[in-house]
Design a binder for this molecule. Structure first.
Ligand code: ADP
Length: 475
């Protein structure tokens, strides 16, 4: 585990920074709202409230229960509501506190102020904040004033006011509270981010360690899942990679074993036959011819093996260019089967061939020959004692379908997925006919078919035989 406590680029530090910044940001907003703008907010809220009540009163003016509405509104909202005539006399006065806050001459001052504000606003109603001159001190009053028209046509004035509570004291209290909240939230942000960061980074650190172990060649490692989905997915992906890596590693080992075995056997045979010719059969033309033939055959096998390996590596690296042309797959298939005629005659193999005419496809013909040859050759190598192999080319639904079936002992389902892999040879090698085969035939087939975007597969029943098939678009 990383011993570094403060790594500025580390997840822990970053998370911690974000958390603290977040908390600080929220605090700043709170401070601004609560301390700096509290008064402004409060005043505009009050004015708004007054305005909407005032508008309702103006609308209700003239109705029968207007007086009652005035009193009711005053009582409910703690407002002073007064109506003056042009001369400054109060026509109605709805003020629950009127008894103890009503200095003399207030009416006329109020009326004067109202008229002035109305004139300034150029409208018949206005809301404003006024330094109170009735209650003295620095208290402010929110006022709504409107000019109405009495029954006789003379102007009358509606005045609704409410004192504004001083917010300084509140601000002080809030300030103290906010100080505590700020300190606490920063502290919690600090602690919380530390734990969250640990929870997030610990599994990552563990994965890193396991990966380092894997890099030393230990394929037995297991990437540990932990905590959250992304890590679990990463661990799964890494475990899968490890599996694949170890498979490749195994295959590589097998390759060395297989190839060296496959190379050594013919080389040994070649050497011993050459020695035999030198020491024994050199003067006997018949024996010499037979022995040289063995040498030639083995040399052929060697060169086939080498060219298979080359082919595969060229195809896998993508350096073998494809040369597509349109041709009849049935023709090609028949030609390929003919190559096995020697076996049919000499070793008693029976080939049953069923090919529809005009199975035109567009592909690289020589590559397709290789596919067909490899598949038939496998069927020959693995077919049962009856030595039967059937090959067919059919066409349907715009596809040309090739298949080759043998009567061998089949492939167990658990090995079906692997036989297409390089150097993979299923089961024991004892049930194969001859020693031909390098474990790369099907890998070559798979590569060629994949390049042609062909569909392909195998059905196999243990004890009954296998059918390998592929399908190309018809032309
Ligand atoms: P090989 O040179 O060993 O035949 P391939 O790549 O052609 O290599 O095939 C891989 C393995 O798949 C073979 O070793 C064999 O176990 C299995 N296999 C391929 N074709 C058949 C078949 N027709 N019947 C049974 N097993 C087969």
């Amino acid at each position: 585990m990383s011993a570094k406590i403060l790594d500025a680029k580390g997840l822990k530090f970053k998370l911690w920074t974000y958390f603290v910044l977040f908390a600080a940001g929220i605090m700043v907003v709170l401070w601004l709202l609560q301390i700096i703008f509290l008064n402004t907010f409060y005043q505009s809220m009050k004015l708004h409230q007054l305005e909407s009540i005032g508008n309702r009163m103006v609308a209700a003016y003239g109705s029968d229960d207007f007086e009652e509405t005035l009193f009711d509104t005053s009582y409910r909202n703690g407002l002073m509501i007064r109506i003056y005539d042009e001369a400054g006399n109060r026509i109605s006065n709805a003020d629950i506190f009127s008894d103890f806050r009503d200095p003399h001459n207030a009416g006329r001052d109020e009326l004067y102020e109202m008229k002035e504000r109305l004139a300034q606003s150029g409208s018949d109603r206005v809301a404003f904040i006024n330094g109170s001159n009735r209650m003295g001190g620095g208290a402010h009053v929110a006022v709504f004033a409107a000019q109405l028209c009495a029954a006789d046509g003379s102007p009358i004035y509606l005045n609704i006011s409410t004192p504004l509570a001083p917010v300084d004291a509140t601000t002080q209290v809030l300030q103290n509270q906010l100080l505590i909240v700020t300190a606490l939230s920063l502290l919690f942000g600090f602690i919380l981010s530390y734990f969250i960061a640990r929870r997030m980074s610990d599994p990552l650190t563990r994965l890193t360690h396991t990966a380092a172990q894997l890099a030393t060649g230990d394929y037995g490692v297991e990437f540990e899942k932990g905590g959250y989905t992304e890590i679990n997915e990463l661990a799964d992906a890494l475990n899968y990679t490890t599996q694949e890596l170890s498979k490749t590693n195994e295959l590589r080992r097998d390759l060395v074993a297989n190839v060296s075995h496959d190379l050594r056997t013919p080389l040994t045979i070649i050497k011993s036959y050459a020695e035999m010719i030198r020491d024994l059969s050199g003067n006997n033309p018949e024996k010499r011819a037979a022995h040289t033939q063995v040498i030639i055959d083995e040399a052929d096998r060697l060169s086939a093996l080498v060219s298979d390996l080359l082919d595969l590596s060229r195809m896998e690296s993508g350096t073998a260019p494809m040369e597509p042309s349109v041709f009849d797959l049935s023709e090609t298939t028949r030609r390929m089967v003919q190559r096995f005629d020697v076996l049919a005659e000499g070793e008693g193999f029976t080939f049953s061939v069923h090919c529809v005419p005009d199975a035109m496809v567009e592909a690289d013909e020589s590559r397709m020959e290789q596919v067909i040859y490899n598949l038939i050759s496998n069927a020959v190598n693995y077919t049962g004692a009856d030595k039967r192999v059937s090959v067919s080319v059919t066409s349907a639904d715009g596809h040309v379908h090739f298949e080759v079936t043998d009567t061998g002992k089949g492939i167990p389902p658990e090995e079906l997925g692997q036989i297409w892999e390089r150097y993979y040879r299923a089961g024991s090698k004892t049930n194969r006919r001859g020693t031909k085969g390098t474990g790369i035939g099907l890998a070559i087939v798979k590569n060629i078919l994949a390049v042609h975007h062909a569909r392909y597969g195998v059905h196999s029943e243990v004890g009954h035989g296998s059918t390998f098939w592929f399908e190309l678009d018809a032309k």
